[in-house]
Design a protein around this ligand. Structure first.
Ligand code: ADE
Ligand code: ZN
Length: 345
């Protein structure tokens, strides 16, 4: 859809003001050093860094695994339902400041059950914050449980089982953690079960691993969205499939930069994806670690790639269209998006 022309000089302001949905962020990756230190103190957990700045200085990564190791260390400070609630509220406040109207939040129960917590402490804390989001932050929020792909399918089944009493608090199932060597088909049976139960399905695929992982996420796991998916660019048939079937990609440009998936933002393929007709969206992934929340992802990527207000509209609209919200809420959010663009014209 086209919208009235908007001056280039107003693009950064438009990117910040436009209503958007965020569909790819890991709540554990929103834990800022300040809150991490506060929770460490509250829960008597020792951190190996002397202060917040020393921790931030350690956020230099050569690949996904180097990030995952430090991310996992940070999750050790989370102990109580209140911790999960507080972490989620801190993220929701930041998202609200970026004019996010709806967010679908990833969490990995297995990280926390691996530290001796019970799944309900995690899910109830996260869910209480999501339930408070409309009144507290003027937005909607839902939860997607991600299996850890470096663990076995049997462990994913156990995780699903544990979450079932809280089924109504979770909208979907995802797949995260170390990608290369853990292809989607490893989780074929547990995804089939999740599908039977009625969960919406997504999976990280083609972040670092080749296009074959995206094909199997689609054809074996039967996911509705692909998280990252940027490696699809190397497979023309896959690009055509994604465009033809309108499979959304939840792209995370600053994450890709920090994890060296692309050497510079100017070499990122977001614009090429959009220009190829792919339903791409922009997201922050792990904003506390990757240098910014969703608006920072928009403004830096647009500047680096010379993208336009038409791209901005397409990305924001895609974010609502690709979300798992009810059709009437979706319509209302897109109306707000249209009103913002009209006010800038
Ligand atoms: N878990 C948190 N962030 C992730 C990412 N970018 N890829 C895979 N797993 C993750
Ligand atoms: Zn991710």
């Amino acid at each position: 859809m086209n919208h009235p022309p908007i001056a280039d000089s107003r693009l950064p302001e438009l990117l910040r003001a436009m209503p958007k949905a965020e569909l790819h962020m890991h709540i554990e990756g929103s834990l800022e050093p300040e809150l991490m230190f506060a929770l460490a103190k509250r829960n008597n957990v020792a951190l190996r860094f002397p202060d917040e700045q020393a921790l931030r200085d350690a956020y230099v990564f050569n690949n996904l695994q180097e990030f995952l190791d430090i991310y996992h260390e940070g999750t050790m400070v989370l102990k109580t339902e209140q911790d999960f609630y507080d972490m989620t509220c801190a993220y929701l406040a930041r998202a609200q400041a970026d004019n996010v109207l709806h967010t679908e939040i990833f969490f990995d129960t297995q990280t926390h059950t691996g530290h001796g917590l019970s799944a309900d402490v995690v899910i109830n804390g996260l869910y209480r914050a999501c339930a408070d989001a409309p009144a507290k932050f003027g937005m909607t929020a839902s939860l997607i449980l991600c299996f850890l792909r470096h663990l076995s399918e049997e462990e994913a089944f156990a995780c699903l089982e544990e979450a079932l009493p809280l089924r109504d608090k979770i909208v979907g199932i995802g797949l995260a953690s170390s990608e290369v060597g853990h292809p989607p088909e490893k989780f074929a049976k547990v995804y089939a079960r999740a599908r039977e139960i009625g969960f919406r399905l997504v999976a990280h695929a083609g972040e670092e691993a080749p296009p074959a992982y995206i094909w199997s996420a689609l054809d074996v796991l039967k996911v509705e969205r692909i998280d990252h998916g940027v490696q699809a660019i190397h497979d023309a048939a896959l690009m055509q499939r994604l465009a033809k079937d309108g499979i959304p990609l939840t792209v995370c440009p600053l994450s890709n930069l920090k994890l060296r998936v692309f050497p510079t933002l100017a070499q990122h393929n977001l614009k090429a994806m959009l220009d190829a007709g792919i339903v791409a969206t922009v997201n922050s992934d792990d904003p506390a670690y990757f240098g910014g929340y969703v608006n920072q992802n928009f403004t830096e990527t647009f500047a680096a790639l010379g993208m336009t207000s038409q791209h901005a509209y397409t990305l924001a609209r895609n974010s609502f269209e690709a979300s798992f919200i009810d059709a009437s809420v979706k319509r209302a959010y897109i109306d707000r998006l249209d009103a913002t663009f009209a006010s800038f014209a």
